[in-house]
Design a protein around this ligand. Sequence first.
Ligand code: ADP
Ligand code: TRP
Length: 336
Amino acid sequence: MAATKTYLTGIQTSGMPHIGNYIGAIKPALEAAGDNDTLYFLADYHSLNSVKDPDKLRHDIRSVAATWLACGLDPERTTIYRQSSIPEVFELTTVLTTVTAKGLMNRAHAYKAARDRNEAAGNADLDAGVNMGLFNYPILMAADILVMEAHVVPVGRDQAQHIEYAADIAKSFNHLYGDSYSFPIPQGSFPEGEASILPGIDGRKMSKSYDNHIPIFLPENKLKKLVRRIPTDSTPVEDPKDPDTSVPFQLLSQFADKERTAETRKRLEAGGMGWGELKNDLFEVLNATFGPMRERYDELVAPGSELDDILEAGAARARERSRATLAKVRAAVGMD
Ligand code: ADP
Ligand code: TRP
């Protein structure tokens, strides 16, 4: 019998997820959950680097958890928990800092990008605006992964370096203490191709940081308004249009069934379908996809809902594993 593999991924709690997150991360992760051993957690300490408003953080944690549950995460099958409920993550972080070269951290993409921005701005202090939370981000992430002895980490391509770092850090630990205990070496699992990168309402990649995103559970009237705001050119209704350069069409094709997508493509190419009609269709399709889940989301996100019990039960299960790992790590380093 093949040994079961543990799948683990973290989700930053910085705002309600958008429909790009849904196609690129949430939907594939829920599909992968199937019969695998899966742990999906809320990386609330990682979000502390960007979210400095306590009320916003409180709300974002609920919003992200409620989104995953409303989209179909089954808390009986997948362990869902808050990173901040697992003290062993932070204990392990301290151990891992002692086997991690500073030079490795100096080469981390996010840190290097911050230094490059300072250099480009002519700032003599290349570390200006860089806090230790940003610098240590990859070590905390390695601890998230290693404390649960995860084998596979499904993430977007932008996270590839972080997974390599987690593997490198695990190897350094194993090299020193492997006679007593070794971490499994984690592997990233990435979505294939560019097909599932959704454009935002301004045509760039949809991202919270560009503020061009469509949040999954916007109330119906706001969703309609936002979809109407997607810029389109002034091609008259009767003229042929190119679906492949049209943001509303690309979004529609991710959510509509094959027939509807093909039919819409034909009508745009033939002429006779206006952008207004296309946007109405897009709103309809999005509303049909997320409308039924929105009710569940609204219930869960409300303070005092069963969300708290679900996260607590998840944390209890996750802690059984993190405690067991820490006991082995402490014994290996000589602190038993
Ligand atoms: P954002 O750019 O909005 O801050 P994140 O970087 O937090 O999003 O990404 C969370 C997850 O969603 C990652 O797995 C990422 O690959 C995926 N994702 C983000 N934006 C998109 C997009 N436009 N299309 C598809 N997947 C996306
Ligand atoms: N850095 C990840 C992101 O921005 C979130 C994250 C934190 C994570 N810890 C993790 C992902 C552990 C996978 C495993 O998307």
